[in-house]
Structures are given as structure tokens and as C-alpha cells.
Write a protein that binds this ligand. Structure first.
Ligand code: PNS
Length: 161
């Protein structure tokens, strides 16, 4: 069985992430979308909230599971017995950062963890969780960026309805 992990902050999940999730789930038998519990960042949504949001957003994809992790991705992947990490590449600006992480993970895992990149569909190429949050904080329209229920949760966080 071919399994993969899609790690990320997902604060919150966007249509760009969901595009990658749908496509990775077609390629792999089992996909675990895993939320990084990063103590260095102050997120809008807690890890538990992000996991719940992802579970709801992926409930129609049977081979997708949602989880969370702390620490190094290579340790988490080893514990789960998974050898492939998925990352989405939007524009060329993502490439250097992603290449650095992928090469470091390959080295640290002694070749055990490979990264498979999926290029994000063009319509989502400039979408990011950060810009979605910024737009929402100014009451902007984020309906083309995230599912409706996610938009509502974001607006609630900012005290909008
Ligand atoms: O959605 P993001 O914030 O771009 O995801 C970044 C992520 C979670 C893939 C990356 O920060 C990560 O894997 N962090 C876990 C810590 C780790 O393994 N670091 C070593 C790679 S340099």
C-alpha cells in the first residue's frame, strides 16, 4: 500500500491545500494530512480546531486521514512507517524554501523520506493562508479562497459575522 503524509500549518486550510489533497489522494492509497503543532508560531486556530476543520473539509475523501504532530517530520513519518511527504508548489518563489526542506529531510532521514511535489492548480497559485487571514481581518471576501464553513469560522475569530 502506498501511503503519504501531507504536513503543514493549515491555519486555515484553503482551496489551494484542498486541491493538493484531492490530487494526492488520487495518487496514493492512503493520505494523512497532518497539522504541525509549531510552538514558535501564534496561529489563528488551535491544532485541535485545524484538525476538526480539515476533517470536515475532507470528509468526502475516504482515503484521507487527519492527524497532528510535533517535532521533526522525519521522526513522525518514521513512527508511521511512511516514506513520502507531499508538498504543494505554487509559484517559483516556493521552490527554494521547499527544496531546502526536502533535501534536509532526505539527508536527516538517511534517504528514508522523499518529498513529492504537486504543482498547485493555477487558479490557486497565489493563495495563502496568511493572505486569507489578512483579507478576512478587513472584512474582505474570502469565498473564493476557502469553503463557506471555514470562512464563517475565520470571521468569527475576527469578531465579524
Ligand atoms: O504549511 P507550512 O507552515 O509551510 O508547513 C511547513 C512544514 C510543516 C512542512 C515544516 O515546517 C515542517 O515539516 N516542520 C516540522 C519540523 C521539521 O521537520 N523541520 C525540519 C525540516 S527543515
Amino acid at each position: 500500500m502506498k501511503a503519504a503524509i501531507y504536513p503543514g500549518s493549515f491555519d486555515p486550510v484553503t482551496y489551494g491545500h484542498l486541491d493538493v489533497i484531492h490530487r494526492a489522494a488520487e495518487i496514493f492509497d492512503e493520505l494523512t494530512v497532518s497539522v504541525l503543532n509549531n510552538q514558535l508560531k501564534t496561529p489563528l486556530f488551535s491544532v485541535e480546531e485545524r484538525v476538526k476543520i480539515l476533517e470536515k473539509a475532507t470528509e468526502n475523501i475516504p482515503n484521507v486521514k487527519v492527524d497532528s504532530f510535533s517535532g521533526l517530520l522525519i521522526d513522525y513519518a518514521k513512527k508511521k512507517g511512511v516514506h513520502v511527504a507531499i508538498r504543494g508548489l505554487r509559484a517559483i518563489t516556493d521552490f527554494e524554501y521547499e527544496l531546502q526542506i526536502a533535501q534536509t529531510n532526505k539527508l536527516l532521514s538517511k534517504g528514508e523520506l522523499d518529498t513529492v511535489f504537486l504543482t498547485t492548480s493555477l487558479e490557486y497559485a497565489y493563495l495563502s493562508s496568511s493572505s486569507v487571514k489578512e483579507i478576512a481581518s478587513f472584512h474582505g471576501d474570502i469565498s473564493m479562497c476557502v469553503p463557506e464553513f471555514v470562512a464563517q469560522l475565520i470571521f468569527e475569530k475576527y469578531g465579524h459575522r
